[in-house]
Ligand binder design. Structure first.
Ligand SMILES: NC(=O)c1ccc[n+]([C@@H]2O[C@H](COP(=O)([O-])OP(=O)(O)OC[C@H]3O[C@@H](n4cnc5c(N)ncnc54)[C@H](O)[C@@H]3O)[C@@H](O)[C@H]2O)c1
Length: 410
């Protein structure tokens, strides 16, 4: 079910689907080769992903492999309604932009009501909901993002997983490019579409220097921002320091920061107390999966006033009289205030999702109920297809070099 399904919206969705497809050669080439014999014929797939133009290309590939797809959104605000409208002509879709928390859960329940045999998830809400219902008939699934993998590993070591899950996030062709280059670019796309302000000359505080944080910091610097990194992992903090960034705790960062971007997967990394000490006009945005990183709830409940000054920008009048600006309500800014990652990045993430769906289907009976990584072979296959789509060719080691790397005599 999509709330808005006017014909012109469907047409726009189709145009966006075709645009993305034309830039996702790695996925379409692999799907073209592997999907020919319809390896997922009549397999019911339950999917919970951000409903973007790139996701429509994955759904197209899965349908081409013979699967039946039931889709819900991975965030209440990230659905692109044109894509939902277009996909609803080809699959079962329960997604619209601006779902309430109850509607979001309801959509996920609708996907489970189709009795999926395999799940594809982003953030693990679908997996967790499936486990709460006993996971009957589900033979396996995959997970797209860091936070989802963290939750599934916690489930695995806690009450136990009911089926095997492939952690697509852990593929090198996923986290190195999607988390870093995808989020790096699209987070600023979101902040800039929302605020229309200049990044150059501003102090951008990046909280978390993992794969997402590295990308955000890199792009902030590229646009002339002065970057400060806040980390709690000593190794990552050294990395940020040697990459040439200021490194400090949040207490120091609030004194000079202009734009704060969270990228940790952890809660309250920008606590309300820190927000109170920020400069007038500070901008707050989150790139992490859930809206828990900035202490938004407390800030809004204590605020003297909150008003939307632009789409996706709320002005928050703090008790002391200062104003700060919240982008995308503290939700995943690149997907709420922009369109998520570019298709050239998602071609790799979703090629991995496609291969994971095939692997679960063909090998689930030999797999244990645990979280699996992605094999080096699959990573190389996706990387080779992506290189080809980008028009980049590389060499390979000579026979002499291969022998040399296996010898100890020199
Ligand atoms: N916006 C997107 O499209 C997108 C894309 C990929 C991942 N994500 C999400 O972004 C988040 C980060 O993902 P990642 O792959 O970079 O994870 P990561 O594990 O590589 O990095 C997280 C970093 O945050 C640091 N951290 C944890 N607690 C902290 C704290 N209190 N203060 C400062 N730093 C802290 C960790 O030490 C780590 O270096 C996750 O929620 C992930 O699901 C979002």
């Amino acid at each position: 079910m999509t709330k808005v399904a006017r014909p012109e919206l469907r047409e726009l969705g189709e145009r966006n689907f075709l645009w993305a497809k034309a830039h996702m050669g790695a996925l379409t080439t692999l799907a073209g080769k592997k999907g020919e014999e319809r390896p997922l014929q009549d397999v019911r797939l339950g999917v919970c992903l951000h409903v973007t133009k790139e996701t429509s290309v994955l759904v197209d590939a899965l349908l081409g492999a013979g699967a039946e797809v039931a889709l819900a959104a991975a965030n209440p605000l990230s659905t692109q309604d044109d894509i939902a409208a277009y996909l609803s002509t080809r699959a079962k879709v329960w997604a619209w932009r601006g779902e309430t928390a109850e509607e979001y859960d309801w959509c996920i329940q609708q996907v489970l009501a189709t009795r999926p045999q395999q799940l594809i998830d982003d953030g693990a809400d679908l997996h967790v909901a499936a486990h709460a219902k006993g996971a009957d008939g589900i033979v396996g699934g995959s997970e797209e993002t860091t936070t989802g993998v963290v939750r599934l590993r916690a489930l695995e070591s806690g009450r136990g997983l009911a089926y095997p899950v492939i952690a697509v996030n852990d593929a090198m062709t996923k986290f190195l490019f999607d988390n870093r280059y995808g989020t790096g670019q699209s987070t600023f796309d979101g902040i800039m579409r929302a605020t229309a302000l200049l990044i150059a000359g501003k102090e951008v505080v990046v909280i978390g220097y993992g794969w997402v944080g590295k990308g955000v910091a890199m792009r902030a610097r590229g646009m002339g921002g002065r970057v400060r990194v806040v980390e709690v992992d000593p190794v990552k903090a050294i990395e940020a320091h040697l990459d040439g960034f200021e490194v400090s705790g949040i207490e120091r960062a609030v004194e000079t920061g202009d734009v704060f971007v969270t990228a940790t997967g952890q809660k309250n990394v920008v606590p309300y107390g820190a927000i109170l000490k920020m400069k007038e006009g500070a901008i707050l945005a989150n790139a992490g999966h859930f809206d828990v990183e900035i202490e938004v709830g407390k800030m809004l409940s204590e605020a003297k006033g909150v008003r939307e000054v632009r789409p996706n920008v709320e002005e928050v009048l703090l008790p002391g009289g200062k104003k700060v600006y919240l982008v995308a309500r503290g939700r995943i800014a690149n997907l709420v205030a922009a369109e998520g990652h570019p298709p050239e990045v998602m071609q790799m993430s979703f090629a991995n999702q496609y291969l994971a769906a095939l692997e679960i289907h063909s090998k689930h009976s030999q797999m244990e109920n645990r979280v699996y990584g992605v094999s080096r072979e699959a990573d190389n296959e996706v990387a080779a297809a992506a290189l080809e789509s980008m028009g980049v060719s590389i060499g390979e080691p000579t026979e002499e070099q291969k022998a040399y790397s296996k010898s100890w005599t020199g």
